[in-house]
Design a protein around this ligand. Structure first.
Ligand SMILES: *[C@@H]1O[C@H](CO)[C@@H](O)[C@H](O)[C@H]1NC(C)=O
Ligand SMILES: *[C@@H]1O[C@H](CO)[C@@H](O)[C@H](O)[C@H]1NC(C)=O
Ligand SMILES: *[C@@H]1O[C@H](CO)[C@@H](O)[C@H](O)[C@H]1NC(C)=O
Ligand SMILES: *[C@@H]1O[C@H](CO)[C@@H](O)[C@H](O)[C@H]1NC(C)=O
Ligand SMILES: *[C@@H]1O[C@H](CO)[C@@H](O)[C@H](O)[C@H]1NC(C)=O
Ligand SMILES: *[C@@H]1O[C@H](CO)[C@@H](O)[C@H](O)[C@H]1NC(C)=O
Ligand SMILES: *[C@@H]1O[C@H](CO)[C@@H](O)[C@H](O)[C@H]1NC(C)=O
Ligand SMILES: *[C@@H]1O[C@H](CO)[C@@H](O)[C@H](O)[C@H]1NC(C)=O
Ligand SMILES: *[C@@H]1O[C@H](CO)[C@@H](O)[C@H](O)[C@H]1NC(C)=O
Length: 369
């Protein structure tokens, strides 16, 4: 039987809400949030075939569409009076909300990102000036059609939150969350505070020593996988070598970039919802990052980041995951996405990593597990 907490989680997920084209939230700090528009214009991806099967490059370089959709973002503190459904509001209604932050497609600190080629491009905004420990509602409006999508919710962290947002890494498309790294040091004081991106890390300012091992592992994995006759020898009716590479990449990225959790009591989902997969960490250096001079709490990767590799890759790679009920709970969030019956993976109730501003584990991908 499923624990009642999981049934409660399932009940929440079965409510009509954020479908495919909803905006998405990356993560927050005490004053910043990383938010995405609904996806649009997926690039044309040619299926790979033997003998010219090419694995995705470690550093892909996608060309953004010339005529992309334009969205306007609306973020406002959630109160009893604020809209709770796209049907009940309009762009005029959103503009009139008290304390609304409104950002256009051409806003500073916005960019086009491709997290998942199947899904399409998204406009990414870095929203600043938010208040700590506050529940915010997010809607987007497509400029031409004026179609409103949302809401999704986000919760800013409290004032002593120690971690820094990392985003826009071509080699880790789903890393867009707070990571236990000290904030970038400002080298040019005259630039201080002019741009929110300077308070975060993206690919161009993330020091190379933080990512060298990850990039080397991704390259080595790709070489090993290439020894398989991809596209000729079938190892699964459902999975391809590309799926295998993507799953390994998302797992390696989730492990290399730990995600900092919100530990405020008000941020914990109220019973009967299950508690998130949290692990207190000391101020020791993790991986190749410099030590954060503070303790923090990690939101553990969902076990599915690991089992997805197991399921998507050829057997000869011998990728193994820790067993639920034995060791997995020390390093992974278990039971949030697959079912919670120990040892039974790949079946069961579809669950969620995050919803309504809560996060239960670090999914690190957009897979439909
Ligand atoms: C594979 O690539 C080679 C060199 O680019 C080309 O000559 C060959 O026709 C391609 N084969 C297939 C089946 O596409
Ligand atoms: C988005 O805005 C740009 C610049 O204003 C415009 O050229 C383009 O046609 C717009 N795209 C859509 C799909 O509305
Ligand atoms: C919004 O309206 C659409 C179309 O009328 C309907 O299918 C959908 O269920 C409504 N959503 C909500 C949350 O009321
Ligand atoms: C964005 O576009 C609008 C309308 O095209 C223009 O009025 C505004 O000045 C632009 N803002 C920025 C920051 O470029
Ligand atoms: C932050 O809180 C202050 C005081 O309550 C309020 O005036 C302001 O609008 C809030 N800002 C945002 C972005 O929510
Ligand atoms: C990748 O392979 C090279 C050559 O075999 C090896 O020196 C390096 O340590 C490997 N990288 C990792 C992260 O294992
Ligand atoms: C913020 O969260 C931390 C960690 O949970 C907690 O120790 C601290 O007391 C909180 N600070 C405030 C001002 O709420
Ligand atoms: C972090 O660890 C160093 C030694 O490794 C210690 O000197 C420092 O006080 C610690 N800081 C906190 C906030 O625990
Ligand atoms: C934020 O507010 C919404 C709407 O009231 C609520 O459904 C959601 O549970 C809240 N999220 C958090 C993390 O407090």
């Amino acid at each position: 039987m499923f624990p009642t907490s999981l049934l409660a989680l399932l009940a929440i997920l079965l409510q009509p809400s954020s479908a495919q084209d909803a905006p998405a939230v990356g993560d927050t700090t005490q004053s910043l949030a990383l938010v995405f528009s609904p996806p649009f214009l997926p690039p044309e991806v040619t299926p790979q075939t033997y003998p010219n099967y090419t694995l995705p490059p470690v550093q892909p370089s996608w060309q953004p569409p010339a005529d992309s959709y334009n969205y306007t973002l609306f973020v406002f503190p959630t109160t009893e009076d604020t809209p709770t459904s796209a049907n009940d509001t309009s762009s005029q209604g959103l503009r009139a909300v008290n304390g609304v932050v409104q950002l256009a497609s051409n806003a500073t600190d916005s960019s086009l990102v491709l997290r998942d080629p199947i899904e399409g491009w998204r406009r990414q905004w870095l929203v600043g000036g938010l208040n700590a420990s506050t529940n915010y509602t997010v809607f987007t409006v497509e400029d031409r059609s004026q179609v409103v999508t949302g809401p999704v919710y986000l919760l800013t962290k409290n004032v002593s939150f120690p971690c820094t947002l990392v985003h826009s890494l071509p080699y880790c498309p789903f890393v867009s969350y707070a990571v236990p790294i000290p904030p970038p040091s400002q080298t040019d004081p005259s630039q201080l505070g002019t741009s929110l991106t300077q308070q975060t890390y993206a690919a161009d300012d993330l020091p190379g020593e933080y990512t060298a091992i990850l990039l080397s592992s991704l390259g080595n994995f790709s070489i090993t996988l290439s020894s398989f006759a991809c596209g000729r020898d079938v190892y699964s009716p459902l999975k391809t070598c590309e799926d295998c590479y993507d799953a390994y990449r998302d797992w390696a990225c989730a492990i290399s970039f730990p995600r900092c959790a919100n530990t405020d009591v008000s941020a914990l989902p109220r019973a009967p919802l299950p508690a998130p997969a949290l692990m207190p960490r000391t101020n020791m250096s993790r991986n190749t990052f410099p030590p954060l001079d503070q303790t923090y709490t990690e939101l553990l990767p969902c076990i599915e980041t690991c089992t997805m590799v197991d399921r998507s890759c050829p057997y000869f790679l011998q990728f193994g995951c820790p067993l639920p009920g034995v060791t997995a709970e020390f390093s992974y969030g278990v039971g949030f996405i697959d079912d919670a019956v120990h040892g039974r993976q790949g079946k069961g109730v579809p669950g969620a990593a995050e919803e309504y501003g809560y996060a239960w584990c670090n999914a690190g991908s957009s897979y439909d597990y």
